[in-house]
Ligand binder design. Structure first.
Ligand SMILES: [Zn+2]
Length: 237
């Protein structure tokens, strides 16, 4: 899951079409959608799918705490599936026992594999594994054929598998010097799934750097000088 840097209230964000000054409170949470997209671009904050139909997602749901309904710092962007009733929806969220992409280096929580597979990262400690697992279950990130909770209309894993295949094709071209970074970035941005591209190009620092710089809102402090993911929090990921 791509770690992101949320803009702070009063910060000014400019896109090619508009300028937004981030507010601490939004009268209607839907008014925050365009500023969120200016901050984080048009990807689900959880499954990372590219979408023109994202929802402003309440991290702490309105059911759990209605006082947070209008708070910018309680918003992320989500696709309908991650935020749907079979996944996150109104379920109780405890920020201390789960990982979120605006607070943690969520690249360290999960591992992305060929075929659209997502698993808990094998390097986690037992305590960290519990938090990653709670996050995985909240969002249903590992749902695919074979998972007992899988619903056939949940196509997130197929899109992720498609992204892996594109990234892998471009990795082979890159290694044969048949493509260049701008071409890889154009394809990655229009496909989404930052984590998949970042994983597939793990041996190529210059491509990883270009991905971090091109995907708007990626948290820069989550990477070392060689673009390896590093913890964002003391004693945690
Ligand atoms: Zn999603």
């Amino acid at each position: 899951m791509r770690p992101v840097q949320k803009a702070l209230p009063t910060e000014v964000l400019t896109t090619r079409d508009e300028t937004f000054t981030i507010q601490a409170i939004y009268k209607s949470h839907t008014d925050a959608r365009m500023p969120l997209e200016a901050n984080l671009d048009v990807y689900c904050s959880y499954c990372e799918v590219f979408s023109s139909d994202l929802e402003v997602e309440h991290i702490i749901s309105q059911n759990q705490d209605s006082s947070r309904t209008h708070d910018w710092d309680n918003f992320l962007l989500s696709c309908g599936r991650c935020n749907g009733k079979d996944n996150k929806s109104n379920k109780t969220v405890d920020l201390n026992t789960m990982y979120f992409p605006h607070r943690d280096n969520t690249l360290l929580a999960f591992q992305y594999l060929e075929g659209g597979v997502v698993i808990l990262h094998p390097n986690l400690t037992q305590d960290q594994k519990k938090k990653a697992e709670a996050t995985m279950n909240l969002l249903g990130l590992d749902k695919r054929a074979g998972n007992p909770n899988y619903h056939k209309n949940d196509t997130r894993w197929k899109h992720r598998r498609g992204a892996w295949e594109k990234a892998d094709e471009y990795l082979k071209k890159w290694e044969k010097e048949e493509t260049n970074i701008p071409a890889i970035i154009i394809l990655a941005l229009s496909t989404g799934f930052f984590s998949v591209w970042f994983t597939v190009f793990e041996k190529h620092i210059e491509v990883r750097q270009a991905l971090v710089e091109a995907f708007k809102g990626t948290a820069r402090d989550c990477f070392d000088a060689n673009y390896n993911p590093i913890p964002r929090n003391t004693n945690d990921i």
